[in-house]
Design a protein around this ligand. Sequence first.
Ligand code: ZN
Length: 429
Amino acid sequence: MRLVGLLLPLVLLALVSAGTVKDTPKKRFDNYKVYQLIIKNKIQLAAINKLSELSEKFNIWKEYDERTKQIDIMVQPEELSHFHEILKLNNIHSELVVPNVQTLIDEEQQQVTPQDNVSFGWTKYYELEEIQAWLDEILATYPEVTKEFIVGQSYEGRTIRGITISHGTDKPGIFIESNIHAREWITSASATWFINQLLTSQDPDVRNLADSYDWHIVPVFNVDGFDYSHKKDRMWRKTRQPHSTNACIGADANRNFDSYWLQNGGSSDNPCSETFAGDVPNSEPEAKALVEYLTAHQDEFKVYLSFHSYGLWLLSPYGHTADPLEKPENADDLLEIGEAFTAAVKALPYATDYVHGPTGTTLYVASGTSVDWVFNELNKEVAFTLEFRDKTGGSYGFILPPVQIIPNCEELMAGMLALIGKTKDLGYL
Ligand SMILES: [Zn+2]
């Protein structure tokens, strides 16, 4: 009886939310504005963090960053006067960076060329079904060198798929996880482009990269969230598993791993926060599936990369601490690899500036991330988080215009060649 009493509300909650998802129209962001704030002290930070617990109204686009002291926050139009009162009261400097989020979303949807609808061409962002169909096509076209792998099932029952690209046996492996945060569409666009390059490029450096390593790539990890971000809410970040006692849905999958989980303020215990760590580690079926998959296949890879946006960062462990004295034994090697990546990207005609360093001291404390879990628990010595375009303080944030997909991908390839090259030089591969 007791069990039934506990289960029934859960089942009802699941039914209600499933109904809501189907019936609600796509969320609009008319007159939602994004501000960049300069935070000068802990009181100001606490005031903004308090607001951000209501993520529907005050949605953090970029968390507080130690280096630049900036926060990017999207504000619902109804809350604007309240927001400006809070800023005034706490003497927080703000700058408007996106006057109307819906305008960016509308522009993002515009077709660039008539070919966009007939071929997969990296001139627009594709929905989950289109990416899956493309993956099927790739697997069918290159059966000799590609193989599908299944990480597991999402909360809503979607399959989390990956592709292995291998031109031989027992090459050192590189694992790429992408789009763990749903709204970061540039990540799966870049991962699919990268897969295509490994299979089709005639550039000798790229051929060497493809032929020398076994690549394991998951282009869309957070499948439920990604689908939801296309169909219902462009700014969705988290998973889609309902909470047992709170109406807010989902957890931040990249705070849900069992490595310094929910420690040092690098995540939240509030289910309505964008960085909600979950009630327990691996509470999200997606995170649990990845942990089980990576544990079972840990001998197949030496390097782990996680694709994110935005801000132009290349971040190494640790994420769980901002103490510069607490660092991995090979911290100097990771800095050297980071230096190689940033210099290679900077040398391109775009001259884009990436910043590299440990997550906790360079950007912000983020605990329970996949990269830290792989580094600490699977003892993989080279693991990085890549934060792609837009630039920090840029006017697009997550809604990166499709014309920037290819430039971002070119930066990824230049950076990747340098990152893997340096990792090999240092004896890790
Ligand atoms: Zn992210």
